[in-house]
Design a protein around this ligand. Structure first.
Ligand code: GTP
Ligand code: MG
Length: 310
């Protein structure tokens, strides 16, 4: 099976609920548009469906305005043309944005994971870990979530399963000190990748946001160019809330990419499109389940293909 095909199939699985709600189900766009002659009422229905799937107000308004104009001027007349138009327009939303992970030219690449409580940071670290192991890269983990009881144990459980070392500190201790030790360990071991887990925080929690800035500063002094990636984990099931987080964290922590988790758990996978709309930060990975293999690199072509394919 080709690489592109496997990406599409992966997305199809992860997007099962969204595909059903937005495209393939009884209420989906295929059923709504296929074989139909276009009219204003149909365009209204289309608008409602896009909003329900969390495609976002801005993108939906833009798409619908264009469809209405083209309908009035006679450029399009059928539902099938609208489907093709939607596919092409959604695909075009991601011009060659750099979705590749930024790797250090030499020495360890440092990846800092951040995001609000419970979005899937620690689980997503296990997935990234698996991804790097598959590429024969060596990984060290830093347990900088010293805040939540049980956080270190959770990371250690994943690490033991995946066979990678964890650098840890005291419960309640300074996360930046753990980050410092983790950098030293990663250098000493000649590790390819260091991934730092952090405590869940709200974009409105000032001290925690400052703590994050401190971690960034500490690793930058230890390893040139670090952190090479600051990945913001967003929970796809949290809908419009995820968009606010993308905006706020983007300002505060110098986010370089989004890890969109729990895409499998929502019928509102249109959030991928909405995230693109509010931020230039690329979605680099999506999480589609609870095991380390349930992750894929985000590829807009494969995403759109999977979304619309019957
Ligand atoms: N279905 C599904 N569940 C996920 C995914 N990613 C994470 N989860 C689940 O989400 C829950 C929270 O995940 P964690 O990784 O502990 O989240 P966290 O952001 O580290 O949480 P805190 O450290 O408490 O802030 C767990 O039950 C995970 O199994 C995903 O892609 N799909
Ligand atoms: Mg965690």
């Amino acid at each position: 099976m080709g690489f592109f095909r496997s990406l599409v199939d992966g997305f199809k699985k992860g997007l099962e609920k969204t595909r059903e709600a937005l495209v393939t189900g009884a209420q989906g766009l295929k059923n709504l548009l296929t074989g139909r002659t276009l009219d204003d009422a149909l365009i209204d229905q289309l608008q409602a469906r896009l909003l329900q799937a969390d495609v976002g107000v801005k993108t939906t308004s833009r798409l619908i305005a264009r469809i209405r104009d083209d309908f009035r001027s006679g450029k399009i007349a059928t539902g099938d043309q609208v489907l093709d138009y939607l596919k092409a327009e959604i695909r075009a939303m991601w011009p060659q944005q750099d979705r590749a992970l930024r790797l250090a030219p030499s020495g360890p690449t440092v990846i800092l994971m951040t995001g609000v409580n419970g979005v899937g940071k620690t689980t997503s670290i296990a997935k990234l870990c698996q991804h790097f192991i598959d590429q024969n890269r060596s990984v060290v983990l830093g347990a900088c979530d010293t805040f939540r009881a049980g956080a270190v144990a959770q990371l250690e459980t994943w690490a033991a399963r995946l066979g990678v070392p964890v650098i840890r500190g005291q419960q309640g201790g300074d996360p930046a000190a753990v980050a410092f030790d983790a950098c030293a360990a990663a250098k000493a071991r000649n590790a390819d990748i260091l991934i730092l887990d952090t405590a869940g925080r709200l974009q409105t929690q000032d001290p925690l946001m400052r703590q994050l800035a401190k971690i960034v500063a500490v690793v930058g002094r230890q390893i040139p160019g670090a952190p090479h990636e600051v990945l913001l984990v967003l929970d796809a099931t949290s809908g419009q809330n995820a968009l606010r987080q993308a905006e706020e964290f983007g300002k505060a922590a110098g986010v370089t990419g989004v890890f969109l988790s729990k895409l499998d758990g929502t019928a509102k996978g249109g959030i991928v499109i909405a995230v693109r709309e509010v931020t230039d930060t690329p979605v680099k990975f999506v999480g589609t389940g609870e095991t380390p293999r349930d992750m894929q690199p985000f590829d807009p072509e494969a995403f759109v293909e999977a979304l619309f394919e019957v």
